[in-house]
Design a protein around this ligand. Structure first.
Ligand code: WT7
Length: 679
C-alpha cells in the first residue's frame, strides 16, 4: 500500500493443489488463541455514534428498504423506481431507472448547499513544504476545467480513459472529470510496468491516457512518462496523452501530435460545465486485478450502487462527522481502496481528507505521524503491512509526535495479526481508539465485514460480522454453512449495491469465477473461520492468488512472466509467509538447457524481467533455480511442497508425487545455496 518496491505479507497462501487451503498458518493460529480478548467501544464514541446496534435489525427486517434509505445520501437527478433487479443473476441492477452524476454528487451539491469553503483535500507532497489545500469549490472548478479539456480532446460518454499518475490532486481531478462526462476511468497503479499498462489500455480500448512526467518517491523524482511512451507505442488507438507537470524532469520525450501538457490545455478552460445525469448502471470505472489465471480481470463498477455503498460504509464504519473530522486513508489511488475511500466515499460524504504523495520514511521515519500531528487527523485508515513496518522501526518514532487527535483506526488489505493490531491500538491509538479491521475486495467495491466502531467490541485479528445490509456466510465444500468453531469458505449470499457488475468484456468469466463454485452465492476466494460467537476470522486466499503487502498478485501471472524469459523452461510461484509483507513471492525455475547454469546474475536478471513484464511490485523476493519441480502424476505442480521449502519447513506428505526424488534434488540445491534472497 505504501511502497511499490516492497515485496510481500499474509497469513495463508495460495494452495494450487487445494489440499491444505484451509489449515490456518502461524498467524491465523495465534489469532484463534486470542479469541477471548475484546475491546468495548469508547463510551463517548458509542454515545454519539452514527450507527447503533438497531441498524442490524432494521437491515435484517427489510434489506432492500434499508438500501433504499441509504440511497437518500445521494442526490438523484431522476429517482429510481426499483431498488434491485436480480431477475438475471448474477447480473444485478441497483436503483433501476435512477439517474445521477457521480461528480455532481461528490462536488457540486456540496458547493450548492453552502459547503464550498470546506476543505476537500489537504494535499501534502513528498518534498517538505510542498502542500496544496483544495476546498470543495476549488475542486469543483478544477474538475469542470478538466472535463472541458477532455471534451476538447474528443472524449464522449462511454469512452474509457486510462490514468497512470502519482498521488497528486490532478489524479482525483482526472477521475472526477471522467465521471462527470460518463467516461469510465481505469486507473493503473504507478508501480506497474509499460507492459502491464499497455495490456490494460488495450483491454479497455482507452483512446486517451492521463499521466504526469513523474512523482516524488524517497526524495527523488520517479518518472512515469517513459513507461507511458513505451506502452502507447503498442496502442495505436491512443490519440492523446495528457501530461501533468509534477517533477519538471527536463529529459522528457515529447510527441507533438499526441502529447499535450495539462497546464496548456486544462488551465485555459472554463470553470463552468453542466453535468449530465447518467443511468444508475452507467459504468463508473474499471479496475484491473489479478485472478488465478494469467490475464488480469477488469472489475467493472457502475455509478449509483457504488456511490451509495461507498458513501454509507465510509460514514458508518469511520463514524464520519464531516464538519469536524480530518480523515486520512494512506492507500494509493491506483488501488480500489483509494477509489472507494479516498475519492468517492469521502467526497460523496463531504469529508475533509489528507492526501499524501510519498513514502512513509521521507525525509524521516516519522513523516506520517508528523502529518497526523500537523493536520490533527481524527480517523486513519492503513494496511497491516505498513503497521508491521512501523513496528519494526520502533514505537519511539510515533511517540515523538502528538497523536491525541486520533479517534479511530482502520485496517485493510489482509488479515491483521493480533500483534500488529495490539501495537496499532496501543502505540498509535494510545489504547483509546477502536480499531476497525475491514474486509472487502476490489470486486465488492465497499467494505463488507467490519466492526462498527460505536457498537462492536472488537477482537484483535477478527473482522467480526457482515455490516448491516450485507449477508455473508462461511460454508464447507458442499456449500453448507459451517458450525461455529469451524472453518470453510467465505461467501456472500445476497447481492449488494457496490458489487462488481461483470468483468469488462467477459460475462462468462464473471459467472465462472465468482458464481459457479457455490451456485447462487458469490465466492470471495478467501478461507474463513467462525468462532464460538459467530464472528469471522479471515484465513487468507484459497486460490492461486497471493497477497503481498495487501496487494493481490497472481501466481500464474508471475509464472508466465518468468517463462517468457528465454533462459526459463518452467516456473512455479508460491506465496511464502513473510513477517513484514504477509506473503512474499517465492519462485522456483527450471532453466533451459541452452542457458547452461544461467550465468552468475541469472536471479537478478529474472527479477528484473518480472519487474519489466508486470511491475516492481511483482518481483519475486526469492528465486531458486531447480532441476525439477514437484508434480502429481497428472502433472499438477504441488505448490504446497514448494511452500514448505520457501518457508524453511520440513516438507509434508510426498506420497502423491510422481517422482519422489524431486524434493531431495530441490533440497540439495537449497543446501548448496543456489538461491538468492533479495534483501
Ligand atoms: C483480498 C482482496 C480491499 C482493498 C484492498 C485489497 C484480502 C482484504 C482484508 C481483511 C483479511 C483481507 C482478502 C481479499 N483482504 N482485506 N481486513 N482481512 N483479508 O483488495 O486486492 O481486491 O484483495 O484481500 O484475501 O480477498 P484486493
Amino acid at each position: 500500500m505504501t511502497d511499490k518496491d516492497q515485496t510481500t505479507v499474509t497469513s495463508e497462501s495460495s494452495a494450487g493443489d487445494g489440499s491444505d487451503a484451509l489449515k490456518p498458518s502461524g498467524d491465523a493460529l495465534s489469532n484463534l488463541l486470542h479469541e477471548e480478548r475484546r475491546f468495548e467501544p469508547p463510551v463517548e464514541l458509542a454515545t454519539n455514534a452514527n450507527v447503533t446496534a438497531a441498524e442490524y435489525d432494521e437491515a435484517d427486517a427489510d434489506r432492500l428498504a434499508f438500501w433504499a434509505k441509504q440511497a437518500e445520501r445521494i442526490t438523484w437527478a431522476q429517482p429510481f423506481e426499483e431498488v434491485l433487479d436480480w431477475s438475471e443473476p448474477p447480473f444485478a441492477k441497483w436503483f433501476v431507472g435512477g439517474k445521477l452524476n457521480a461528480a455532481y454528487n461528490c462536488l457540486d451539491r456540496h458547493v450548492a448547499e453552502g459547503r464550498g469553503g470546506r476543505v476537500a483535500f489537504h494535499w501534502i507532497g513528498e518534498p517538505d513544504d510542498d502542500t496544496r489545500t483544495l476546498t470543495y469549490a476549488d475542486l469543483k472548478d478544477e474538475v469542470c476545467k478538466a472535463a472541458n479539456a477532455l471534451v476538447e480532446l474528443g472524449v464522449r460518454s462511454g469512452d474509457c480513459i486510462a490514468i497512470y499518475m502519482p498521488m497528486i490532486p490532478e489524479t482525483v481531478i482526472a477521475m472526477l472529470a471522467c465521471a462527470r462526462l460518463g467516461a469510465p476511468h481505469t486507473v493503473i497503479f504507478g508501480g506497474f510496468s509499460a507492459d502491464a499498462l499497455s495490456s490494460r489500455i488495450q483491454d479497455c480500448d482507452a483512446r486517451v491516457v492521463i499521466t504526469a512526467d513523474g512523482g516524488y518517491r524517497r526524495g527523488a523524482p520517479s518518472a512515469l512518462k517513459p513507461p507511458v511512451d513505451e506502452a502507447v507505442s503498442r496502442c495505436p488507438d491512443v490519440r492523446s496523452v495528457l501530461v501533468v507537470r509534477r517533477t519538471g524532469q527536463d529529459d522528457i520525450e515529447w510527441n507533438g501530435e499526441r502529447d499535450v501538457w495539462w497546464h496548456d490545455l486544462v488551465d485555459k478552460q472554463s470553470t463552468e460545465h453542466e453535468p449530465e445525469a447518467f443511468d444508475a448502471e452507467h459504468p463508473l470505472y474499471v479496475m484491473y486485478t489479478s485472478g488465478s489465471t494469467g490475464k488480469p480481470k477488469g472489475i467493472l463498477h457502475s455509478t449509483g450502487g457504488y456511490l451509495v455503498g461507498t458513501a454509507y460504509t465510509h460514514w458508518a464504519i469511520f463514524d464520519l462527522k464531516p464538519e469536524t473530522d480530518v480523515y486520512w486513508c494512506s492507500a494509493d489511488i491506483g488501488w480500489v481502496t483509494g477509489h472507494s475511500y479516498i475519492v468517492y466515499g469521502p467526497l460523496a460524504n463531504g469529508a475533509t481528507s489528507v492526501m499524501y504523495e510519498g513514502t512513509p520514511d521521507t525525509p524521516h521515519k516519522g513523516r506520517w505521524w508528523q502529518i497526523v500531528q500537523d493536520y490533527k487527523v481524527t480517523k486513519f485508515y492503513t494496511a497491516p503491512t505498513a503497521i508491521r513496518t512501523f513496528m519494526k522501526w520502533g514505537a519511539e518514532i510515533p511517540a515523538k509526535h502528538d497523536l491525541s487527535s486520533l479517534q479511530l483506526l482502520g485496517s485493510v488489505g489482509e488479515p491483521i495479526n493480533p500483534e500488529a493490531y495490539m501495537w496499532y491500538r496501543k502505540e498509535i491509538g494510545s489504547d483509546r481508539c477502536p480499531v476497525v479491521d475491514t474486509w472487502w475486495q476490489t470486486e465488492t467495491g465497499m467494505i463488507m465485514i467490519s466492526p462498527l466502531p460505536g457498537v462492536t467490541a472488537g477482537k484483535p485479528g477478527s473482522a467480526m460480522k457482515a455490516i448491516p445490509g450485507i449477508s455473508a456466510a462461511v460454508v464447507n465444500d458442499a456449500g453448507e454453512p459451517v458450525e461455529r468453531g469451524s472453518g470453510g469458505y467465505l461467501v456472500l449470499t445476497e447481492p449488494w449495491p457496490a458489487m462488481l457488475r461483470t468483468l469488462w468484456g467477459d460475462d462468462e468469466r464473471y459467472k465462472e469465477t465468482y458464481w459457479s463454485r457455490f451456485p447462487g452465492r458469490y465466492f470471495a476466494g478467501d478461507g474463513a473461520k467462525l468462532d464460538e460467537d459467530g464472528d469471522v476470522w479471515l484465513l487468507g486466499r484459497v486460490d492461486d492468488v497471493m497477497n503481498v503487502s495487501g496487494h493481490r498478485l497472481s501466481t500464474t501471472e508471475i509464472e508466465s512472466a518468468l517463462v517468457s524469459h528465454p533462459k526459463v523452461a518452467e516456473a512455479a510461484v508460491v506465496g511464502a509467509a513473510d513477517n513484514m509483507t504477509g506473503q512474499a513471492v517465492a519462485a522456483f525455475v527450471i532453466l533451459r538447457e541452452s542457458a547452461g547454469d544461467g550465468g552468475e546474475d541469472v536471479v537478478a536478471e529474472l527479477r528484473a524481467h518480472v519487474a519489466k513484464e508486470i511491475g516492481a511490485i511483482a518481483k519475486p523476493k526469492t528465486i531458486m533455480v531447480v532441476p525439477e519441480l514437484p508434480k502429481t502424476r497428472s502433472g499438477k505442480i504441488m505448490r504446497r511442497l514448494l511452500r514448505d521449502v520457501a518457508e524453511h519447513r520440513e516438507t509434508g506428505d510426498v506420497t502423491t508425487l510422481a517422482d519422489s526424488s524431486v524434493m531431495d534434488l530441490i533440497k540439495s540445491n537449497l543446501d548448496e545455496g543456489k538461491t538468492a534472497d533479495d534483501d
